[in-house]
Design a protein around this ligand. Structure first.
Ligand code: P6P
Length: 333
């Protein structure tokens, strides 16, 4: 039987590889793993809530309030991170501003996350995900400040996602490659299943909401036209973690461009695009807003949005070239 390496064992092993590494980061990753196991359990029984609860009620059979899953996921992540004592504050899609963790005001890290991205897809049984980013605080000890969260993506010290799909997978990077762990429900452990993930440099899959084609800029339309001319395969789940995970495994390009309706795009920079861009880059891919590296975009607001094109390096480079060739302001060389 092949040796099983659990997430905890892997984190401890990696900590040995980096003597300067302290246990705090490992503790944070373990806490996120714990919260993810509980979220996975709740997501997997979501469809039963109506059966177990009164019809059209937000209460279950025992009359308990059934929280919306994304609020539940948010509370679970905050609770697990509070227990670790390693996190001095969090920011998430579910909270207008950042949330200091008063029990550990002098902790060294802050965590940003989208607790349940794509949650509107649950009713359709479509895969959804948790996305997280970990930074060292920049403020002095004491209650964290907004500046601790408004850091550019290159400052992330770890990032990852959990995919609640046909299986539950946790994929993370601490800046030394990308590794994937699949939850074995029979033992309640995330087990190493995808060591040192590498994204193919080229592929024939493109992923975008084709229905919004007419709202995209000319360069994006030209790139999509070229994909269709090459008879590339079109795949789009409409759940970012699922689309990016497939791109990581099979290669391709995932796009959420700016549109006439959303001139800054839809996806959030701090807790969706930056963490997934770190993962893709660490796996050998690229992530851009069309002109700039996602990880170098200036963080100015917690919930700011950005257009994003990410995936196989050759495909993203080609997209950037089309944008450059069609940009009215390209510098004359
Ligand atoms: P659209 C899900 O609602 C989400 O935030 C991402 O997970 C996904 O990539 C995107 O929105 C899908 O948006 O406009 O294509 O439905």
């Amino acid at each position: 039987m092949a040796k099983i390496t659990t997430l905890d064992e892997f984190i401890i092993q990696r900590q040995k590889d980096f003597p300067y590494a302290t246990g705090e980061l490992s503790g944070l990753l373990r806490d996120i793993g714990l919260a993810s196991k509980i979220i996975s359990r709740e997501v997997n029984k979501a469809g039963l809530a109506d059966i177990s609860g009164a019809a059209n009620s937000n209460q279950n059979a025992s009359g308990e309030e059934v929280q919306k899953l994304d609020v539940l996921a948010d509370n679970l992540l905050i609770s697990c991170l509070q227990n670790s004592g390693e996190c001095c504050g969090i920011a998430s899609e579910e909270n207008h501003t950042f949330v200091p963790i008063h029990g550990s005001p002098n902790a060294k890290y802050v965590v940003l996350f989208d607790p349940l991205d794509g949650s509107s897809n649950i009713d359709a049984g479509i895969s959804i995900g948790t996305i997280f980013a970990i930074y060292r605080r920049v403020s002095d000890d004491g209650v964290c400040t907004l500046e601790d969260f408004l850091q550019d993506g290159v400052e992330q010290i770890a990032a990852g996602y959990v995919l609640y799909g046909s299986s539950t997978m946790l994929v993370y990077t601490a800046g030394n490659g990308v590794n994937g762990f699949t939850l074995d429900p029979s033992i309640g452990e995330f087990c190493l299943s995808h060591a040192d993930m590498q994204i193919p440099k080229q592929s024939d899959i493109y992923s975008v909401n084709q229905g919004a084609y007419r709202k995209f800029n000319a360069a994006t339309q030209a790139y999509i036209d070229d994909c269709m001319d090459r008879s590339y395969t079109f795949r789009y789940v409409g759940s970012m973690v699922a689309d990016v995970h497939r791109t990581l495994i099979k290669g391709g390009i995932f796009m959420y461009p700016a549109t006439t309706k959303a001139p800054k795009g839809k996806l959030r920079l701090l807790y969706e695009c930056n963490p997934l861009a770190m993962i893709v880059e660490q796996a050998g891919g690229k992530a851009t807003d069309g002109k700039q590296r996602i990880l170098e975009l200036e963080a100015t607001e917690l919930h700011q949005r950005t257009p994003i094109y990410m995936g196989s390096s050759d495909m993203v480079t080609q997209l950037e070239e089309v944008v450059y060739q069609m940009s009215p302001a390209k510098e004359l060389v």
